[in-house]
Every structure is written in structure tokens, then in C-alpha cells.
Design a protein around this ligand. Structure first.
Ligand code: ADP
Ligand code: MG
Length: 626
């Protein structure tokens, strides 16, 4: 018997290990397969997904196809037609060049590949299982390649269990799909999920890159985006910059539309993001993120794309110069757009017209009108009404359980108490004693905090967090009692979402309705809103909903909240007064009263303290009075 203990891992095992790097989740397989289709020169690419990629991911292209031998070889590790030597690495302009993707996919899923080159009469079909070819036969096939992978991670249960909910995984897939679709506007794409066509993006009809990018953005994000885009354009030798930034007034409070494409490939780059952020600096309200679709073209020799296995991170040779060029280019574009607001306004109006479809809202002074809408159809027209559509049995029980669980839970998962909000009892009597003449006992500090004296010191209350707490508890109670208040709109709004967001709205329809949105599907990612939660009238409905959904997504990824609680939190976050808002004494008074009427006045729904108490002894101590 030999004493040697080292053995080379069988290929299948080695591939499985390597696969973990490349294929982390269904979305990574989607990315690799779609990028291969693009490299193969496809003009139309179909993505077919079942159960968020768990059951099936299939990519069908009309590209150059593979010979029967290549079709077998492509599953070998380091099998690639894209480089011949290490030197080629520097010249590469294609998407992938590591020859690892298909090997990895074949290691963790059951794969079928069908392919035919234009010059061949017959195609070839291969089946693979556990990195082994189980069959290969000639077959009839259209020109191009179709790769389907079934039961991802069927042989790696640990990984399979690691997958998140279908909702989360599918969102990742949509994200990859969107990035690739934006990066390649002259290629057509479609996406099917569980048999439904979710997207059909026609190949760009124009050779002009910017025009086809604009078409693609509108196709993915809806026609309202047309008036939000400001072109950016610069050729500075070391880098060519093109694409669009989103006008500052449409910036969002959450990260959303931030896309850099380097040589037509989506990348993340915090440094370059910073360049754009600073270019926007004076124009964005605090806490808002700029939106952009920026294409950078550089000589591939000056970048190293291969530092990250999934290739969304890159290293530039001359990062500083690119930073400087990018910042000044964005600044210049924003400047041009800002110079003549009146002119720009007129341009927008005329630009918007061709994009009005039958169900687009038409802008008139002050009110919004949907030409399709018949105000007499649905009865009520205006005024606050109690939302009682969903009173029936089942739901009521759910809500009651949720409500009581919620209240218990809150007590348990409060953060460690540093600032003990022990003032509830002290504050109430005081404000009740003196409701009117007390009006001088609130001061606003930096349009951000409310100062209020108490018997034994004073309180510093964070106005935004206080309001968030008040709204949140109102919503939760409204939901629990099925009495969320809705402010009916005289004219309903139609709101168009991106397909990804439309899916979320659809799945959270009941939650949105029970919190006071009178919202219903209106076909093709559009919803009609007849009413909004009372107290949110000052917001533009589309923006309010967009922001609620954006916050919902963030919460959904980071916290495990019940959908209703998440919606309530998101809406409270969006609707609460923000720093910078001047409050009258009466407003402060009523906010503070409402706050201390809450179950949990001390903490914002996200767990952060709402106020700090400065006891007089503490002040004495600091002043060395005692
Ligand atoms: P890489 O893309 O890094 O070369 P992959 O494992 O993704 O590695 O693919 C291996 C090879 O298989 C590619 O280099 C290409 O020659 C071939 N191939 C993969 N997908 C396709 C496709 N859709 N059409 C034509 N050829 C393909
Ligand atoms: Mg590849």
C-alpha cells in the first residue's frame, strides 16, 4: 500500500468547486449564457426561465452556432474559442474569455445543448449530467444555439438550499437581463417566466447608438423616462463617454438606475460613481442618488477585467484621468440642460408627444387625466373614505394575527436601550396642562430636531424619525382594523412600472390596498390609482409609489419582514417629513403629541432612537455645577 496521500480530484468534483465561483445563483448562469450568445453574434436572444431559474434556464440564440466537435469541447474547462495565448487576453473585446462558464454550468445542472451552424445541414444535440456527456446525436435545429440547464444545483444540495426565495432570485435574473439589454440595444431580447412573456425588446431600429439606447430605456422603463434623460457625450482619447444621465429632479432616494457599461459590459465602480455623484453635487437634495446609463469605451489594453470571477469589477490603468473626464462631462451636460429651463421645458413637451400611447396620462395644468377613465363608473369620486373592500373573513384574521404579533414582536426585538425613553409619562401631563400657552415650548433646531423642555431637562426629537413612527403605527393600526384611510382622487393616475417593479406591485397588491392605495392592474405593467393613503396627498402618486416599491425592495433584501409590515415601513419612510422642513409650533406640538400617543415612541420603525433626553443633572454635571 502506498503512503502517498495526495490525489488529484476527479474532474467532476474540481468542476463543481470551480463552478461555485462562476455560478453563484441562477442569475449568474443567465449572465454567462446570454453573454455567450452575444459573443456568437446573435441578433435576437430568448431567455426562458421557470421557477426563478431553479427548474429551468434556457437561452436560445440565432448566432453562429457550433460544429458537433465544438459543441462537445465547449464544456471542457478552459475550453474557449476566444483566446489562443495569454497575449490575446489584452486584445479581448468579447464578454467572457476564461472558458469556464459552460464547464461550470455542466457541473451543477442537467444540460441540453442544441446547435447548428449556417453551413451545416444537420445540427447536434448533447445531453450532459454531472459534467459527463450522456448522449450526442445529430438533429434538426434552427441556425444558432440553444442551451437549457435544468434543476440547478441538483447535485449540490447545500447550494440549492442557499438560494433565496423565488422573488429574490428572479429579481436578480431581471437585473442581469436588464443590464445586458441596456448594453446591447441593437440586439433583440425576450424573456419568459413560467410561460409568460415578460419582455419583448425589439432590436434597435437605428444605427445611431444613442437613439437605440433611448429606445431601449423607454422599452424597459416606460415612456415617462423620455423626459428624464439628458445626453452625455465626450471623446477624450483615453476614454469615450456616451449615454444619459437622469435629470436631478427625478433622482431617487434609493440606488436604482445606476449603470456603467465599460466596453459594452456592465460594471460596478464606486470610484466612478463618486465622479458622477460629485458632478451632480449642488443639484441633488441630500440623500438622493443620481441616475445614469453611462457607456465608457476604453482601449481594452488599459483595463484588467479579469480580477473578479463574475467580471463586474475592473481595474483601470489611468483611473484618475477617467474620473476627471467623467465628472466634467456629466457636469457639462447638466449645465447645458440647466441653462435654459424654459426652452428645455418646451422641448420636453414636444418630445413627449410621440410617446403618448392610449393609456398614457396626459398632463394638463394642475390635474391629471386619463382619457380612458370614466369617473362615473366606480361610484365615489372624492373625499376621505374608509377602505373596506377587503373586510371578508380570512384576511381579517390574518391581519389580526399580524397586528398582535407585530406588537409583541416589537417589544422583543428592540435594539439595546442606550437612550432610555422614559419621558412618556413626564411629557404628556405637561403638554396636556398647557395646550395653548405651551406653544412657545417647542423650538426647531436646524430644521431637523425639535427641542422641547421637560420638568427635568429637555428632549431633542428627530422630526423625521418621530413622524415615521407616528405614520407607521397609524398604518399598522389602520390595516389591523381594516380602516386604512384613502383619499380618493378626482382623476385617477395611471402609473407605469418597469416590468420588475410591476411584478412586485402585483404581488403586493393586497398589502398596498389594505394600507390605503386604491390601486388596480391596468395591463402591461401599468396600474390605475383611484386613491392614495390619506396624508400622502402632497406627493405625486407615481413618484410616491416608485419610492415605496424601491424601499420595499431594499427592506426585502436586508430584513425579513412580513409584506404588510414592509409596505407600512416603506410608506412611512417616504411620507415622513424630512430634515430641512420648517415646522410651525403647532405642527411640532401635534407631532410630539402624536408621537407620545404611540406604542413605541422611543424608536423609529427601523430601530433607531427617535429622541434623546438631556436631564438637568447631566447639564449641571457638565457645567460642573454639582
Ligand atoms: P468563454 O465564453 O469564456 O469562451 P464558455 O465556457 O462560456 O467560455 O464557452 C466556451 C466556448 O463555447 C466559447 O468560447 C464558444 O466558442 C462556445 N460557445 C458557448 N456558447 C456559445 C453560443 N451560444 N454560440 C456559439 N458558441 C458558443
Ligand atoms: Mg462565456
Amino acid at each position: 500500500m502506498s503512503a502517498d496521500i495526495i490525489s488529484v480530484l476527479p474532474d467532476a468534483v474540481a468542476n463543481q468547486i470551480a463552478a461555485g465561483e462562476v455560478i453563484q445563483r441562477p442569475a449568474s448562469a443567465v449572465k454567462e449564457l446570454m453573454e455567450n450568445a452575444i459573443d456568437a453574434g446573435a441578433t435576437f436572444i430568448r431567455l426562458i426561465v421557470k421557477d426563478a431559474g431553479r427548474t429551468l434556464i434556457q437561452v436560445v440564440d440565432d448566432g453562429k452556432g457550433m460544429s458537433p466537435t465544438d459543441a462537445r469541447l465547449c464544456f471542457e474547462r478552459h475550453a474557449t474559442s476566444k483566446i489562443r495565448s495569454a497575449e490575446d487576453l489584452w486584445r479581448l473585446n468579447t464578454m467572457g474569455f476564461r472558458g469556464e462558464a459552460l464547464a461550470s454550468i455542466a457541473a451543477v445542472a442537467q444540460v441540453e445543448l442544441k446547435s447548428r451552424r449556417e453551413e451545416d445541414t444537420m445540427g447536434t444535440v448533447i445531453h450532459m449530467e454531472g459534467s459527463q456527456i450522456t448522449s450526442q446525436e445529430p438533429c434538426a435545429a434552427p441556425k444558432g444555439t440553444s442551451i437549457s440547464m435544468k434543476n440547478l444545483f441538483y447535485n449540490v444540495p447545500a447550494r440549492r438550499n442557499f438560494l433565496k426565495s423565488d422573488g429574490v432570485e428572479f429579481r436578480h435574473i431581471l437585473e442581469e437581463f436588464e443590464r445586458i439589454a441596456f448594453a446591447n440595444p441593437i440586439i433583440g431580447f425576450s424573456l419568459y417566466h413560467n410561460g409568460n412573456e415578460m419582455y419583448r425588446l425589439e432590436a434597435g431600429t437605428t444605427e445611431e447608438a444613442r437613439a437605440s439606447l433611448r429606445q431601449r430605456i423607454l422599452a424597459l422603463y416606460g415612456s415617462p423616462f423620455n423626459q428624464r434623460l439628458v445626453p452625455v457625450d465626450e471623446d477624450a482619447g483615453i476614454v469615450k463617454i456616451s449615454g444619459f444621465v437622469i435629470k436631478p429632479e427625478f433622482a431617487k432616494k434609493t440606488r436604482g438606475e445606476q449603470f456603467f457599461f465599460l466596453n459594452k459590459r456592465f460594471i460596478r465602480n464606486a470610484y466612478l460613481h463618486h465622479a458622477v455623484q460629485t458632478a451632480f453635487e449642488q443639484l441633488l437634495p441630500a440623500g438622493n442618488f443620481p441616475g445614469y446609463f453611462i457607456f465608457l469605451d476604453v482601449d481594452p489594453k488599459t483595463i484588467d477585467v479579469n480580477i473578479h470571477p463574475t467580471k463586474t469589477e475592473v481595474k483601470f490603468e489611468d483611473e484618475r484621468s477617467i474620473y476627471a473626464v467623467l465628472r466634467s462631462t456629466v457636469k457639462k451636460s447638466l449645465g447645458q440642460y440647466n441653462i435654459s429651463p424654459t426652452l428645455d421645458f418646451n422641448q420636453e413637451m414636444s418630445m413627449e408627444i410621440p410617446y403618448l400611447s392610449k393609456d398614457t396620462q396626459i398632463r394638463q395644468p394642475e390635474i391629471k387625466v386619463n382619457p380612458e377613465f370614466n369617473p362615473f363608473k366606480s361610484g365615489g369620486n372624492s373625499g376621505v373614505v374608509s377602505h373596506d373592500k377587503f373586510r371578508e373573513g380570512n384576511n381579517q384574521q390574518n391581519w389580526e394575527t399580524m397586528f398582535s404579533q407585530h406588537m409583541h414582536k416589537r417589544n422583543e426585538d428592540l435594539p439595546p436601550v442606550e437612550v432610555i425613553p422614559d419621558v412618556q409619562t413626564q411629557l404628556h401631563p405637561e403638554s396636556n396642562d398647557n395646550p395653548v400657552s405651551e406653544s412657545s415650548s417647542f423650538w426647531q433646531l436646524h430644521e431637523r430636531y425639535i427641542l422641547s423642555p421637560m420638568k427635568n431637562g429637555f428632549l431633542v426629537i428627530d422630526q423625521q424619525r418621530a413622524h415615521e413612527r407616528v405614520l407607521y403605527e397609524n398604518y399598522i393600526q389602520g390595516i389591523a382594523r381594516q380602516q386604512a384611510e384613502t383619499q380618493q382622487k378626482l382623476f385617477p393616475d395611471t402609473v407605469e412600472f418597469t416590468p420588475a417593479d410591476a411584478q412586485i406591485v402585483e404581488s403586493q397588491l393586497t398589502a398596498l390596498q389594505s394600507i390605503g392605495f386604491d390601486i388596480h392592474p391596468f395591463g402591461s405593467n401599468t396600474f390605475v390609482v383611484h386613491g392614495i393613503p390619506a396624508g400622502t396627498e402632497k406627493f405625486e402618486t407615481p413618484q410616491l409609489l416608485e419610492e415605496v416599491i424601491a424601499t420595499f425592495k431594499e427592506n426585502d433584501q436586508e430584513l425579513h419582514l412580513k409584506p404588510l409590515e414592509n409596505i407600512a415601513r416603506s410608506l412611512a419612510r417616504r411620507a415622513a417629513v424630512k430634515p430641512g422642513k420648517h415646522l410651525s409650533t403647532a405642527e411640532m406640538q401635534s407631532l410630539v403629541d402624536e408621537l407620545f400617543g404611540c406604542e413605541q415612541p422611543g424608536f423609529c420603525p427601523n430601530g433607531k432612537p427617535v429622541f434623546v433626553n438631556f436631564p438637568i443633572e447631566e447639564i449641571d454635571k457638565r457645567l460642573k455645577r454639582s
